[in-house]
Structure formats: C-alpha cells, structure tokens
Design a protein around this ligand. Structure first.
Ligand code: HEM
Length: 557
C-alpha cells in the first residue's frame, strides 16, 4: 500500500511517461506476434511463427525448395507463413497457382541488399521488365522485348548457340583425353554468359576458353557480377536486410546505415551492380552512338531488319553490333510512341543478362545430371541425336522440331530441378479472391514450382526421371501424368510469364544436341544420390558447389 501511495504521489508527467513506456513496450511485444495479419489469415493453417522473425530462420536455413515441400506435406494446398513480419500465402495447388498467375500481374520485390538501395539505383531497379509493377510500362516494355524472341531472331541466335556449344566441346575434348573431371554447372555458366553476350549485346565475351575474346576482362567481371547478384539476393546477405524484414519500420534506418557503413554483403552487391550497370550502360551508349551515326538506321522495323544483319559481322567486330537485343531495344518505341530511354534500355539488358544466365545453365547441368544417372534414357537420346547426321553437323531450329525426346528430357529435368523455385505475386491495391480464399492486399503470394512439379498428385513416381511422360501417346504419359494445368510451371504463367522461354529452350536444346553428338558424361562419385548435390535454394535452385562429370568421347578423335 505504501508503494502504491508512492506512485500516486508522483508528478503527473512521470506517470504519463511510465504509461507511455508501458504502452510502447506492450505494443512492441504484441507487434512481434503479427496479430493483425494473423487475424486476417486466421483460417489458413501454417507453421507457428516465432516472435518477430516469424518463419524466416527456418526458410533461410533449409532453403525454399525443402521448406515449401515440408510445409506443403503438413499444411496442404493453401497455407500461410511469416517471412519476418511479412505474411506469405503459399498456393500449393496447381490449378489455383495457375489462376493466381493469370489473374495477378504484380510482384513484390526481393528483400536482399538491392531493396536497400536509394536514388538512381533504386529507380533503375524499378524499370527492369522483371521488377516493374507499373502495368502500362510493363505491357509496353514486354512488347519491346518480343522481337528478340521471334523466329527470325532466334534463327540468328541459333548460330551463336552452335558456336557456344562448339567452344565448350573443345574444352570437353581436352578433359576427355586426360580423363579429367570438370564442374559442368560452372562450364555451362560460361557458355550461357557467352550466348547472352552475343545475343543481348552483340559482343564476343569468350568467357569459356583460354583464347580470350576482345572483351575478356569485362567478361570475367560480368560473370562474377552476375553470380554475386544471385548469391546476395536473400535476407541473409547483409546484416542490414534481416532487421528490416522482421521490423519494416527499421528499413529507412537500415538504408542509411547501409549507405554510410556498408558491410561486406552490401559492398559486394553494390560492386556487382556497378560492374553490370556500367558495362551495360557503356554498351548502350555505344549502341546509341552507332545508331545516330547511321550504322543501324535499318533497324527502325526490328522484326524485319534483324534478319539482314550478318551473324559473322556480329561475331567478329568489336563493340555492340546491330541486331543485338540492345541495339533493337534502343530503337524500340513505347506504345505511346515515346522512344525507349538509355536508362530503360540499360535496365532491360541488365535484366536479360541476369535472367538468362544462371537459369539456363542450371537447366542444362541438371539435364546432364539426370541423363548421366539413367544410361538407357541417354541411349534413346543419343539415337535421336545421331539421326540428325554427323557429329559436326550444326543444329538449327528446324532440326529441333524433329527431336521430341530431347525436348522431353529437358522438360523432365526442369520438372525435377526447376531453375526458379517459386513464382510470386502480390495484390497491391485491393484484396484478392481465388476459389473462395480472400488474400488481403499486401500479402505475398508464392507458387512453389519445385513442390508442385514433384507432387504425387500430378505425377506418378514423381521423384523419377521419366522423359517419356512428355511424349504424346506413350504409355508412360497415360499412366504417370494427370496433366493438370499449372502442374508444370518452370517458366511461370500469365502476363508475367518468362519472356525468354523460347530463347532459353532453343539454347538448351541446341547445346545438348551438339554435346551429345560427341560426348557422354560420367558422373563423379558422391552425386548419384540427390543429397550429394547439396541443393541450395532461395529464388533460384542450384547445386552448392556444382555438378562434376568426366566427359567421355563417343568416338576417338
Ligand atoms: C531455363 C531458363 C529459364 C527459366 C527456368 C526461367 C524462369 C522464369 C520464371 C519462373 C519467371 C517468372 C514467371 C512468372 O512470374 O510467372 C521468369 C520471368 C522472366 N524471365 Fe525467365 N527463365 C529462364 C530464362 C530466361 C532468359 C534466357 C531470359 C532472357 C532472355 C529470361 C528473362 C525473363 C524475364 C525478363 C522475366 C520477367 C518477365 C515479366 O515479368 O514479364 N528468362 N523466368
């Protein structure tokens, strides 16, 4: 009673301060349980979130592929979890995932170091085709991209893809002769970087071999930068990303700290972006200069004129060549007639490089991995490849149309190992309803491609590599597949579907056909079991260190 007497005797301002502190502490404690979001999503099951950090620690330590699969088994088709303070709804049902992808066209941004950038860098981030959420701008930009992936342009790219595969074959031949192993995942990374270099920028990077190209120094840096941007994409990349994820109110402070006292993660991310941006921006300016000087006047109607540009000229000459993505992009116009600005073009080329490099390399490496574990499937593929003709024969788009088993192998490998683990959408202006579920605006929605594509419900024997399930009319197709739309979504769906799909598939098929003309691959010990690959996943999926094989020449050379 005496103590109470002391308190009531205290001056009012002290009591008010005390009450304020108590209310603040109580709110801070309550906030960490995410009461509002939990209440709004109360009907959905999901793992219990830890105070403040939610389920982020588990997600980051196990990786999205593993954790979404485990949670899917426990919580079913639609469940929620908390990525720090952020509520996420996972749609673990193929038909619903497809519906969401078709009906929603906005994405949330990743919370890696990139989300802490300010000023021009932040603006630059927003105009890339992947990251933009402005619907009109997106529509306009996507149509500016499309000429690069039309049949005429792909015919030209097919030549460069053959060259890339030839260069890789030369390296593999040396390895085969010394019976040495190599990391085929990394090697494919060099190949896809070379192909992006010629298709996107019209420059010869030659990252693959010892005989360096004209831009070899830049090429080395580009490879490092592209790898680093992927490696620093998640919340664990920097000490400044995690606090903002659990308490978004801290983000402005984190931005300031990251700006003035960058840690290693921020420094690496900035450095990588600077390298990519300055290289691409230099090429954009060069391309613009050439265009103004009249070199690429003929590009006013890209879809037609792209055919006119000799691939040889594009390969040999220094600098940006006419017919490349970049030169087409800077001569493109928005739907309102406005020209594409240098910054916009640079951002698209940057996106091309990032989106087209590691994804295709992983698709290639996992296909070789699956085939190396299944000799009888590989034999079938070799027969199809040999039916094309000699081992030196170039492979073009018309040949690919006659190679259904190759396509089936690639599709099946991308089912088991989708390079993108999930796609995401975010209703940004209003709540979104799908099949009776109402998802509050601002919630992240994830469609777990990896989990859906390995689901027992849609695929019989889901863990097995059975390319035949993709061959029309085969017994395996009838027995093993339900073919539910949305159960194979390696390139996403809807208006935000992968724009580079045709390009990537052509590149992967040509490369595989050209390599299997001359080689088979023996998997190095310890990787037969998938656990040996130590799969790492955040947004993309890859082996921790790589995939190691010894190439074996099919005939003596
Ligand atoms: C095997 C290779 C590839 C895979 C597995 C892949 C996968 C994906 C996925 C899953 C998405 C998200 C789709 C969605 O949200 O619905 C996407 C978007 C995108 N991809 Fe790819 N991709 C590949 C290759 C490429 C290539 C080679 C390029 C560039 C030439 C590219 C450029 C893009 C772009 C720009 C977007 C954003 C499209 C938009 O938002 O409208 N991708 N990709």
């Amino acid at each position: 009673m005496e103590a109470l007497g002391d308190i009531t005797d205290a001056p009012l301002w002290i009591l008010a301060t005390l009450a304020g502190v108590l209310v603040f502490a109580a709110s801070a404690i309550a906030y960490g349980f995410h009461p509002i979001a939990r209440w709004r999503l109360r009907k959905l099951p999901g793992p219990s979130p830890a105070w403040y950090s939610g389920n982020l620690p588990e997600l980051l330590s196990k990786g999205s592929a593993v954790v979404y699969t485990e949670w899917g088994q426990k919580y079913g088709k639609v469940y929620k979890y908390f990525s720090g303070a952020q509520p996420v709804v996972v749609i673990n049902d193929a038909e619903m995932a497809r519906l969401v992808s078709l009906r929603l066209s906005t994405r949330h941004e990743f919370r890696g170091p990139g989300s802490l950038f300010t000023g021009k860098e932040a603006e630059f981030n927003k105009v890339g085709l992947f990251s933009t959420n402005n619907k009109d701008f997106h529509r306009s930009m996507k149509s500016a991209w499309l000429p690069v992936f039309n049949s005429a342009s792909l015919e030209i790219s097919s030549k460069e893809m053959n060259i890339g595969a030839n260069r890789m074959a030369a390296i593999l031949t040396n390895k085969a002769k010394e019976q040495g192993e190599l990391n085929i995942w990394r090697q494919f990374g060099h190949l896809t970087m070379d192909v992006v270099g010629s298709a996107a920028f019209g420059v010869e990077l030659r990252t693959q071999d010892a005989e360096r190209g004209l831009n070899s120094e830049e090429a080395e840096k580009l490879v490092w930068a592209a790898q680093t941007i992927f490696a620093t994409g998640s919340e664990k990349a920097s000490i400044y990303t995690y606090p903002g994820a659990v308490l978004p109110i801290l983000n402005p402070l984190m931005r300031l700290l990251a700006y003035y006292f960058p840690d290693d993660g921020i420094k690496r991310a900035i450095n990588a972006r600077n390298i990519l941006r300055s290289t691409v921006s230099k090429l954009t300016k060069e391309s613009r200069r050439q265009q103004e000087a009249g070199v690429s006047k003929a590009l006013a109607a890209p879809a037609v004129n792209i055919e006119a540009h000799a691939t040889d000229a594009r390969k040999k000459a220094r600098g940006v060549q006419p017919g490349s993505f970049l030169s087409l992009m800077i001569s493109s116009k928005h739907q309102d007639g406005r020209g594409v600005s240098d910054d916009e073009a640079t951002s698209q080329a940057f996106t091309f490089l990032l989106a087209g490099y590691e994804t295709t390399a992983s698709a290639l490496a996992f296909t070789v991995y699956c085939l190396s574990k299944c000799p009888e499937k590989m034999e079938k593929l070799l027969q199809e490849v040999d039916n094309l003709g000699g081992s030196d024969r170039e492979v073009g788009p018309a040949d690919l149309a006659r190679m259904p088993y190759l396509e089936a192998c690639l599709k099946e490998a991308m089912r088991l190992y989708p390079p993108g683990v999930f796609t995401m959408r975010q209703p940004q202006t209003e709540d979104f309803t799908v099949k009776g579920y109402t998802i509050p605006k601002g919630t992240w929605i994830h469609m777990p491609i990896f989990t859906l594509q390995r689901s027992e419900e849609y695929y019989g024997k889901p863990q097995e590599f059975i390319p035949e399930r993709w061959i029309e009319g085969s017994p395996e197709e009838a027995a093993l597949n339900k073919k539910v739309p949305g159960s194979w979504m390696a390139f996403g769906e809807g208006t935000r579907v992968c724009v580079g799909q045709r390009f990537a598939l052509q590149e992967a098929k040509i490369t595989l056909a050209r390599l299997y003309q001359r080689f088979t691959f023996r998997l190095s010990p310890g990787q037969e079991d998938e656990a040996g690959l130590q799969l790492q996943s955040f947004f993309t999926l890859g082996p921790k260190e790589g995939i190691f094989v010894t190439p074996v020449l099919r005939t003596e050379e």
